[in-house]
Design a binder for this molecule. Structure first.
Ligand code: C2E
Ligand code: MG
Ligand code: MG
Length: 787
């Protein structure tokens, strides 16, 4: 059965027993309201029931009492009438003596009796034929009695002992009733009829003042139902016939009922014992109940009033309960709101904790989490003879992938690497991503350094596997891994990370896809980096930088057609430092813009110097880094230098790398257009290292492609590299670009490139980068003939 309360409406925050409790509470409110109304209804019903019951009983009592009174009155009246009629006996005796004794004496006696009698007012004696024999007083009505007398002497057996003469008021007062008694002689033979005029009014007048109500009536009836007189509060009525009341009284006499046939009257009937008369008392029930009805009305009004009070109270209580329920509901709602809020806060906290401890991209631990886990692990393993190794992993060329193929592909790649690491390593190892392409692992419980090497190699192998279909790209990346072993290489996690990082840097320097264990000597490099960074700013002012030049040789003529200016740092303590050791530093610290501007100016100054000395003119290429390409002032600076040293625009060439273009494609494109607009040539350096397509490159004002030396190095042995180089040359020519091959070290490479149609070459084979003075001699020679 469905629960009457809408269970689903209970806030979900209430669970289990609480939910049930809330449902019960709601039920209680509804139950209390329904209960209040029910109790009120029951109370009202009970009150009405008992009141009506009592009223009914009381009504019955009133009726019973009225009936009893009627009966008593009836007995009194009928007894009285009986006694009155019994007195007729002495007149009958006197009448029978009249026929036998001295008539005058009898008449005197009768007259005497009559004089003292208030009930009988006239005496008359008739013979059998109705002739008047004696009369106490004359009356013209005597003749009308004849038929009744005839009845008394009729031939049939049932001769009446008493008969009532005609009631017509002929005997004076209308309520005088002529009673006819047969008179017999001694032998019992009827010889005459005695007529006694009964003053019924005298009899009934006695009861006239008895309260039988407005409608009450005392009927005097003959035994056969004929009404002969009626008394009511208003007076006596005689000879009433054929009216409804008379008929009803006659019927009541016949049936002996206590309630008249119409149901509206109380009736009491009683026949006289010795005379053929009956008394019927009738009274309207409504009249009987008149007084009682007034009381009943009062009672009913009182109960109705009580009902209203109870109902009103119940409604009021229900209303109060309803308000309480509403208050409870809003309390529950606010409780729910509070709980929801708390829950949300909890969730937020959990989320924040997760965020704080998790790398959102890969789901691995983040730096913070790693530090905590690794610290705790190292602390608990202090006494263990097993090793823990901290591995710092960096993906080679990741930045270029990110820049060229987009961050989405970069993210997918990072996720793939994370998944591979997770699959490869044990649960107990801690895997984290510190940001970018840096993954840091803590491998635990390792037996030996060999075991660590084994794992490191497996990591290299698994990461190096080609990743297929990363948003449509198949990509292969190689990791550079640095390893620091606890506790040998560091007492705490920070130190281990720092050393593993140094070792990783070493790996990067050696070859792609390798791992290096930390070696204390690596630290030296770190110190050097620090020192360089500290000194960088001053170094430019103190003229510690110098340009070396490397020639570009045209393959068709072997003439030097250009130089590349390559910066070096004459450090007062560390001697000559190569750009690989300080350019990244300069890029990171922002010094690259200043340094780049210095290089442009130094190149221009050198060109002017050579011009002054009459050295054959040549074009000098300067390298411009990504950061410089975002510098609005770059073009103005180049123009300014050319102008100051009175050089033509084609005396200078700009070399930009693919990756520097990708870092800010729009801005770089814009600046390149300005540079080209100024008539300065642009070369794309280290081509093939990035992911830019020739399709994209052709949209930029690039005159020359410089194929990265990584492709040239193995060009004789690697079929793939040879194909890449050959097709790049062909495509570049197609797009109207010149092609320069970098890093030519052998004759074989030279031959291959020449065959492939490469325009120029640059490399140790012809000349290493050398000082301005040294290159000046080569410039004067103009050509570099291969050995
Ligand atoms: P890059 O522009 O590709 O310069 C060519 C690099 O290849 C030079 O290294 C050069 O010494 C080296 N090289 C030339 N021929 C050969 C060869 O046959 N074999 C080998 N193994 N290497 C060869 P370097 O001078 O150490 O410069 C390294 C990179 O530093 C340059 O690569 C360039 O990207 C950057 N760089 C150098 N000078 C500047 C500069 O003034 N400004 C900027 N932004 N970057 C510079
Ligand atoms: Mg270059
Ligand atoms: Mg290069």
């Amino acid at each position: 059965m469905k629960h009457p309360f809408n269970f689903d409406a209970i806030p979900m925050i209430f669970t289990g027993s609480k939910r049930l409790a809330v449902a019960k509470a709601f039920d209680t409110w509804i139950g209390m309201q329904a209960g209040t109304l029910l109790i009120a209804c029951l109370l009202i019903a009970a009150t009405w029931f008992s009141t009506l019951n009592r009223l009914e009983r009381e009504e019955q009592l009133v009726i019973d009492h009225a009936q009893a009174s009627q009966r008593t009155l009836n007995i009194i009246i009928s007894e009285n009438l009986e006694q009155v009629l019994n007195r007729s006996q002495i007149y009958r005796i006197a009448a029978s003596q009249w026929f036998e004794e001295d008539r005058s004496q009898v008449e005197t006696r009768i007259a005497g009796m009559l004089a003292s009698d208030a009930v009988f007012t006239r005496v008359a004696l008739f013979d059998a034929r109705g002739g008047i024999l004696y009369a106490s007083s004359p009356s013209a009505q005597d003749g009308s009695i004849k038929p009744a007398i005839g009845m008394m002497f009729a031939a049939h057996d049932s001769k009446p002992e008493l008969s009532v003469g005609p009631l017509s008021g002929a005997f004076g007062e209308s309520w005088h009733v002529p009673l006819l008694f047969p008179v017999a002689d001694r032998s019992g033979t009827r010889v005459g009829v005695l007529m006694l005029l009964l003053d019924l009014g005298y009899v009934l007048r006695l009861y006239q003042n008895i309260d039988i109500g407005k409608t009450g009536a005392i009927h005097v009836l003959m035994e056969n139902g004929r009404e002969i007189a009626r008394a009511r509060r208003g007076g006596l009525e005689l000879n009433k016939r054929n009216d409804a009341a008379g008929e009803s009284a006659a019927l009541a006499l016949k049936t002996g009922a206590l309630i008249a046939n119409d149901g509206k009257h109380l009736v009491s009937t009683r026949k006289l014992e010795h005379h053929p008369f009956a008394i019927v008392i009738r009274q309207e029930v409504a009249d009987v109940l008149h007084n009682y009805n007034a009381i009943k009305k009062k009672h009913l009004i009182t109960v109705a009033f009580l009902t209203l009070i109870v109902l009103g109270s119940a409604v009021w209580i229900t209303f109060i309960l309803h308000r309480q329920q509403k208050a409870f509901n809003s309390l529950a709602a606010s409780e729910e709101e509070k709980r929801t809020l708390i829950q949300r806060l909890e969730e937020e906290k959990q989320r924040a904790l997760a965020l704080a401890s998790q790398d959102h991209l890969t789901g691995l631990a983040n730096r913070r989490m790693f530090m905590e886990l690794a610290t705790s692990h190292l602390f608990h393993n202090k006494r263990s003879r097993l090793h823990s190794a901290l591995l710092f992993i960096d993906l080679d060329r990741f930045k270029a992938i990110n820049d060229t193929l987009g961050h989405h592909v970069g993210d997918l790649l990072l996720q793939t690497v994370a998944t591979r690491l997770r699959v490869l390593l044990r649960e107990s190892d801690v895997i984290s991503r510190f940001g970018g392409d840096e993954f840091v692992l803590l491998l635990t419980s390792l037996e030996s350094e060999e075991a660590i090497s084994g794992i490191a190699q497996r990591i290299v192998d698994c990461i190096s596997e080609r990743c297929h279909d990363l948003a449509g790209h198949d990509i292969q990346v190689f990791p550079s891994i640095g390893i620091a072993i606890s506790p040998r290489d560091g007492q705490d996690v920070d130190q281990l990370i720092h050393h593993a990082d140094l070792a990783m840097y070493q790996s990067k320097q050696s070859r792609s896809g390798s791992f290096t264990f930390f070696d204390a000597s690596l630290n030296v490099r770190n110190v050097l980096q620090f020192e360089l960074e500290q000194r960088f700013g001053r170094a430019i002012q103190e003229h510690e930088f110098v340009l070396h030049f490397q020639p570009k040789v045209e393959l068709s003529t072997y003439r030097i057609v250009g130089l590349e200016a390559l910066v070096r740092w004459h450090h007062p303590e560390h001697g000559l430092i190569y750009p690989g050791d300080f350019i990244p530093l300069a890029e990171n610290t922002g010094h690259i813009v200043e340094l780049g501007n210095w290089v442009i100016e130094a190149a221009c100054r050198q060109l002017a110097e050579w011009k002054k000395r009459g050295v054959p003119p040549t074009r000098v290429a300067v390298n411009v880094s990504a950061r410089q390409l975002r510098d609005d002032a770059l073009v103005a600076h180049i123009r300014d230098c050319l102008h100051r040293y009175e050089l033509r625009a084609d005396a200078i060439e700009i070399e930009v790398t693919e990756s520097s273009l990708m870092e800010s494609i729009d801005v770089a494109g814009d600046i390149l257009n300005q540079i080209a607009g100024a008539g300065i040539k642009v070369a794309l350096d280290d081509f093939g290292n990035g992911f830019s397509s020739l399709g994209y490159i052709k949209t930029l004002p690039i005159d020359t492609l410089k194929i990265d030396r990584a492709f040239i190095a193995d060009i004789r042995n690697s079929h793939d590299d040879a194909v890449i180089v050959d097709s790049t040359i062909a495509l570049a020519h197609n797009l109207g670009m010149r092609v320069v091959a970098e890093g030519i070290e052998t004759k074989d490479q030279l031959v291959h490139l020449k065959t492939a149609g490469c325009d120029e070459v640059q490399g140790y084979y012809f000349s290493r980068p050398v000082t301005a003075d040294q290159i000046q001699e080569l410039l004067i020679k103009k050509t570099l003939i291969p050995r």
